[in-house]
Design a protein around this ligand. Structure first.
Ligand SMILES: NC(=O)c1ccc[n+]([C@@H]2O[C@H](COP(=O)([O-])OP(=O)(O)OC[C@H]3O[C@@H](n4cnc5c(N)ncnc54)[C@H](OP(=O)(O)O)[C@@H]3O)[C@@H](O)[C@H]2O)c1
Length: 337
């Protein structure tokens, strides 16, 4: 396993992290025993970063992690936890709460569910526009002082918010969607991240499975799978996006790799300050994702890849309109490279 530093203020972690969201939520039913086996396999193969959110399955994902980590040394793993999203009993999204009191309240429940006395990286899942980021980060900094948290992270914020937050307390990493078809951050956010010495944990590196090579127009999406609502998975957009995947597939075949491996390797090639989260929820998918570490992309490969999947080639936004409005990261200029 390769390791990378989360910026100059964060910890050193494995270059691939395991995102556990799909084991509890959003991608339809998951098998709990297989999820735990996947977490074990990830740790055994050298993955040290596990990403979760208290709202993934309304606490279920944290309880799953607690079960999976039983018997393991706490310090052998870094737990990155998002908080702030408000859910209803049907799983609907009610908004975000990142007030200082809410930060401490969410954290108290998280610590109990995870069965630990500290979280390694704690971050608001979304920016709460009615709460100054300085107050949210200030509350996490207090929790660091008290020993309940080690590092402050952020998620899907734009450059201005990142700068304001970093002025209050050093930010270890910004977690943000980044893939061959989601490159909006390259214009302003990525340069800002780098100028501040902040790390970047990329999620959605397979664009939720769309770029994995395992998706097809015929695949039936189960009830409860939020890909039903993602514009890139719908109708003509899906057809157009799958033609990009076929272009990737022919390159992958030439390199003796899979489409998913090429897509993950591309993200890892974007800089040593980038850690790729993979959302595998089965051991076979994890094993495929780990194979990306053996894919060496030459400068010529990178040029060909960008021709196969040109910037802004994706049809459809990365979230539905309601969720797009919640993204502070989408308020700045879009990449024009
Ligand atoms: N900060 C944020 O706002 C935010 C948002 C979303 C996610 N995240 C974090 O990032 C993590 C990863 O995000 P993601 O799951 O949306 O993105 P992803 O890694 O792009 O997509 C994961 C999905 O791709 C499919 N897949 C197919 N082949 C795969 C392979 N070889 N390896 C892994 N997955 C494969 C799987 O779906 P099937 O199992 O259906 O085949 C899997 O559920 C999440 O678990 C979560 O921790 C953060």
């Amino acid at each position: 396993m390769i390791t990378r530093s989360l910026g100059s203020h964060g910890p050193r972690v494995s270059g691939l992290g395991l995102g556990c969201m799909g084991m509890s939520d959003l991608y339809g039913p998951a098998d709990e025993a297989e999820s735990i086996a996947t977490i074990h396999a990830a740790l055994d193969r050298g993955i040290t970063l596990l990403d979760t959110g208290d709202y993934y399955g309304m606490g279920h994902n944290e309880l799953l992690l607690r079960d999976a980590l039983r018997g393991r040394k706490r310090e052998s793993v870094l737990l990155s936890v998002k908080f702030g999203a408000l859910r209803d009993p049907e799983g609907g999204w009610l908004g975000v709460d990142a007030r200082p009191a809410a930060v401490k309240n969410f954290l108290a429940y998280t610590l109990r569910r995870l069965g630990t006395d500290y979280v390694d990286i704690y971050r608001p899942g979304r920016f709460n526009p009615v709460v100054p980021i300085e107050e949210t980060v200030g509350a996490i900094a207090e929790m660091i002082q008290a020993g309940h948290v080690r590092y402050v992270g952020l998620s899907e914020v734009g450059a201005d918010t990142l700068k304001k937050a970093h002025a209050v307390h050093p930010i270890s990493d910004l977690q943000i969607e980044y893939s061959l078809i989601s490159r909006g951050l390259e214009a302003e956010i990525l340069p800002t991240v780098r100028s501040l010495g902040v790390g970047l944990t990329a999620y959605g590196v397979l664009s939720r499975g769309l770029l994995s090579g395992h998706w097809s127009a015929e695949r039936t999406v189960q009830k409860g799978d939020f890909r039903n609502f993602l514009p890139r998975f719908r109708g003509e957009n899906l057809e157009r996006n799958l033609t990009l995947v076929e272009a990737l597939r022919s390159m992958a075949n030439e390199k003796g790799a899979s489409v998913a491996q090429i897509a993950i390797a591309w993200v890892l090639s974007r800089g040593d300050d980038i850690v790729a989260l993979v959302g595998a929820r089965r051991r076979d998918r994890l094993s495929e994702a780990l194979g990306a570490l053996d894919v060496a992309l030459t400068p010529e490969d990178l040029v060909r890849l960008e021709k196969a999947v040109p910037l802004d080639a994706a049809a459809g936004d990365r979230y539905d309109p309601g969720q797009m409005r919640m993204l502070d990261s989408e308020r700045g200029p879009r990449s024009t490279i």
